[in-house]
Design a binder for this molecule. Structure first.
Ligand code: SAM
Length: 232
């Protein structure tokens, strides 16, 4: 279970209404029962239920059971698409070990707004589901040009496009360190964006194969290929 407050030995943890409902109504836990909790910063903790009400409750943190496992320094940057497919991308990015998830507005992006809180909740659920101790932060929507302007040169960018070089080949000899993957919107990148991306000294254009993938499929494929080549 993910909790926002920092955890430590002997720390009491008040539950939200939803968390209490899940633990006591769905999982049928009662006082004295153990629960594994994490705060995204201090690893996993064994906690105990001390108070169980219908929409409230309290846990107490007993001992640290696992250290924090940080994912590789990999960001997933993508142009938001339809709501459910954007939810899917965030969920899969958290499962596949992205350290940060950055929705970006490109020339052909349809979405002007995102529900950051809703997307962050999907990242939390995915981290809980896969037994992680870390939750990637979902950033606010930002313009691709602003993101690239603020980009430190040391960060390597794998941008997925109709490149001649396959992702596996491009990453084969690539250095580790901070990276980002960039996936375009359904309409792809504009000519101007392509030109700018291709001129960046730290950008690697890669192909994910001869078929045009939906953006959500491309995000999953790109994360998988990157993790295979450079991840943990
Ligand atoms: N008509 C668009 C175009 O020509 O770019 C197709 C966009 S595709 C539906 C959405 C995004 O997924 C692309 O911008 C790209 O980032 C990624 N993508 C899809 N298929 C890909 C492939 N075979 N290789 C590399 N990237 C791909």
């Amino acid at each position: 279970l993910y909790v926002e407050q920092p955890l430590g030995e002997g720390q009491t943890v008040p539950l939200t209404g939803d968390q209490a409902h899940y633990l006591f109504a769905v999982m049928r836990l009662v006082p004295g029962d153990p629960v594994l909790v994490f705060d995204g910063k201090s690893g996993e903790w064994l906690a105990e239920v001390v108070e169980a009400k219908k929409r409230a409750g309290v846990l107490i943190c007993r001992e640290n059971t696992r250290p924090l496992q940080l994912p590789p320094d990999l960001w997933l940057c993508f142009a938001p698409i339809k709501k459910t497919r954007t939810d899917f991308i965030v969920e899969k990015a958290a499962e596949l070990g992205a350290a940060r998830i950055c929705p970006v507005q490109t020339d052909f992006t349809n979405s002007e707004r995102i529900r950051r809180d809703r997307l962050q909740a999907h990242a939390v659920e995915a981290a809980e589901q896969c037994g992680g101790t870390y939750v990637p932060e979902v950033a606010d929507l930002q313009k691709l040009s602003d993101l690239l302007d603020a980009w430190p040169e040391r960060r390597r960018l794998m941008f997925c496009d109709e490149a001649l070089v396959g992702a596996g080949q491009a990453l084969g000899a690539a250095p580790t360190g901070p990276w980002a993957i960039l996936i375009g919107p359904e309409g792809g990148f504009s000519d101007g964006e392509r030109a700018r991306l291709r001129a960046l000294p730290f950008a690697h254009p890669v192909s994910l194969g001869p078929r045009v993938l939906r953006a959500d499929t491309a995000a999953v494929a790109a994360l998988t290929v990157w993790q295979q080549a450079l991840g943990d």
